[in-house]
Design a protein around this ligand. Structure first.
Ligand code: HMG
Ligand code: MG
Length: 303
């Protein structure tokens, strides 16, 4: 059976824009997020408080947050999570009274080294005080886990390794675990198998979200497999923006418009106004100077 409602965790302004070749002006980012919220999205990941040299595209987080200050009052229930890798990032985020934060772990050693400059275990040690202090401050923490299926350097990732790190993030106090197919190589059978594995390990499916990149065009099929397994939180990026600067061969996320088209077609509620959303992505594509890779955006907006 399928859920009646899905919560879309919009990652375009963060996962999408972190991978842009050119720097997007902060006013454009604020306008993009404002349009996404107006289109009915209620979880919009705004930016990252990471090292500015590691992700220069998001080095303006301090300038962006004040520009979003009125949004959560205008739209009730709106959450604007931000990524924080460590306590320094958390301090920066808390100074802006963020609604939610996310830490981001890796299921593989190579990606932990490349993305976080330490081993996968050392990264978990780095996150523990972040999760504890954010929770004490009343700020819920999402845990991302990258490379849950394939890793560009290590190949297929053993399921036990993924479940082990995922369970640790939840035990640490993360309220939600987002399973990342960072490079988009997963196919639907693998998604079903991993979710079965988490269920067998005693992890309630309502703690899980899925995060698919669409490199091989599998993201929607993988999402449907996850919905059938009981997942109701799906990450997507408006217009299909995105990738990860530290993961070789990662392209854009599942496009939010493609996702909404499928969900609404299945009679699943999202709260999103698809026409307004596609218009926001079309506007952003104009700002970036190239067409959106989303099939639904192209179909809805025309040539
Ligand atoms: P490091 O160099 O090991 O950091 O980087 P460090 O702890 O050794 O500190 C070195 C210096 O950096 C210090 O300054 C710190 O204060 C400063 P100094 O004392 O030398 O003057 N520093 C910071 N400054 C500002 N903000 C901070 C911060 N932290 C340290 N937060 C670090 C380690 C984790 C910081 C670095 O590796 C980093 O920033 N990585 C972020 C990489 C990233 O953002 N990747 C993309 C997001 S993950 C993703 O996209 C995947 C996902 O979408 C899911 C999926 O698809 O799988 C989520
Ligand atoms: Mg991602």
């Amino acid at each position: 059976s399928l859920p009646a409602r899905v919560r879309i965790h919009e990652v375009g302004p963060r996962d999408g824009l972190q991978n842009e070749g050119s720097l997007v002006p902060v006013e454009v980012k604020a306008e993009f997020i404002t349009r996404l919220a107006a289109a009915g999205l209620r979880t919009v990941e705004a930016t990252s408080f990471v090292h500015p040299k590691w992700v220069p595209q998001l080095a303006d987080a301090e300038e962006l947050m004040p520009r979003l200050a009125g949004l959560t009052e205008r739209h009730s229930g709106l959450r604007l999570p931000v990524l924080v890798p460590n306590e320094r990032g958390l301090d920066r985020a808390l100074a802006h009274r963020v609604t939610d934060v996310a830490v981001f772990a890796s299921a593989t050693e190579t990606f932990a080294r490349r993305n976080l400059n330490r081993s996968a275990d050392e990264a978990m040690d780095m996150f523990a005080p972040v999760v504890r202090r954010a929770t004490e401050a009343g700020v819920p923490v999402r845990g991302y886990l990258s490379m849950c299926f394939g890793d560009p350097w290590e190949g297929p990732v053993p399921q036990a390794q993924v479940i082990g790190f995922g369970a640790r993030l939840l035990e640490m106090g993360c309220t939600e675990l987002s399973l990342g197919d960072t490079i988009g190589t997963a196919t639907a059978g693998q998604v079903t198998a991993l979710l079965d594995g988490f269920a067998a390990a005693g992890v309630p499916v309502d703690r899980l979200a899925v995060h698919f990149h669409d490199t091989y065009g599998q993201a929607l099929a993988n999402t449907l497999a996850a919905l059938r397994a009981g997942v109701t939180v799906v990450d997507a990026s408006a217009g299909g923006l995105g990738g990860c600067p530290y993961a070789k061969s990662a392209t854009g996320n599942l496009a939010t418009e493609d996702l909404v088209w499928m969900l609404h077609g299945l009679g699943i509620e999202t709260g999103v106004d698809l026409a307004a959303l596609a218009a926001a992505s079309g506007w952003m594509a104009g700002q970036l100077g190239r067409p959106s890779p989303s099939r639904a955006v192209r179909a809805l907006l025309g040539p």
